[in-house]
Design a protein around this ligand. Sequence first.
Ligand code: RNT
Ligand code: ZN
Length: 417
Amino acid sequence: MKDELIKKAFDIAEERYAAVGVDVNKALEDLQKISLSLHCWQADDVSGFENPNGQLSGGIQATGNYPGKARNIEELRTDVLKAASYIPGTHRLNLHATYGDFGGKFVDRDQIEPKHFQSWMEWGKEHNMKLDFNSTSFSHPKSGSLTLSNPDKEIRDFWIEHTKRSRAIAEAMGKYQGSPCVMNLWIHDGSKDQTVNRLYYRELLKQSLDEIFATKYNNMKDCIEAKLFGIGAESYTVGSYDFYLGYGVKNNKMVTLDTGHFHLTESIADKISSLLLFTPEIMLHVSRPVRWDSDHVTIMNDDTLDLAKEIIRCNALDRVNIGLDYFDASINRIGAYVIGSRATQKCLIQALLEPLAQLRKYEANDQLFERLALLEEAKSLPWNAVWDMFCLKNNVPVGEEFIAEIQKYEVDVTSKR
Ligand code: RNT
Ligand code: ZN
């Protein structure tokens, strides 16, 4: 697209927004400061490098067999950088413990160390990508249906050790990159059918977490991710939302809200303002559940928009960490990264451009028709011209231009794998 056209449209948008009291340049500045945490696992369908031929287990599934998935650390790095080159701004990379640089050797989960992630840290520094981290308790012979809440002490201790080591790795990453590494803890523990021991497993999980979190660190931040159910764990999930909300409030830990982990009509956006009052920060896994926690590619829909608006309305950009979490194996995987990341940013720019001061004035005066009318009109203000300018300024393709570039990368690189 021609630069002049983008600039012209931007100038008009600037005036339109000024008329409702919104400064488009401030919105651009704010969006520039938001780093998304890109999930490394979209590039290879959550396979990892511990045992690339292993089966995905733990109630999550990547469906599809689109050709060209990353098969090793080099391919994954190249793909992530390619995707990032079409996403305006500076972003982070969220690694799972199974994505270590194990040098072709099998390193069991209770043996991982910061040295297995040294090359990631260096790579991150080189490419200006800060790292986040996740312990990985799924897809392992000891995963079964219970890990940190397993009554078998040997298995439980194995996963406690893994999670402690994961925290130590996150600490090393945070120190190395001079920015706290956010470490997410998600376990699939649960049961397919009815259990008569709901309390018992939750007691065990609580004990395991207490032991894991006993070490205090300064360069990493913990977050705990709740879930409603998983495939094969339909009747009971040990780490439910109530469980982690309670644990997080009591122990000052962030709770991770994955947008696919709730009843489909439940508003995740509505949770932001409550969590902000009782927990230190929030971690988001922005996803798109279709009928279930299907992990479809994030798009610009009402759910994502509502979430973005709540973050901005709560003035909470400095306390909400925005990560993505989906894995679609049925379309070009690099394209999937770009679509989901740009969709999240498009929602954020619309939220940043909301005529909030005027809306709040109306609300304070009980002018409810006026509030609803402006909310409706705001939807069709020319936010897209501001978004295009953001892409232009960041030197990334504007609009649909990235489609052809990703097609080219597919022809030249991924289709040859
Ligand atoms: C699973 C959780 C979890 C995973 C990743 C791979 O339902 O959302 O966050 O998707 O850890
Ligand atoms: Zn998640």
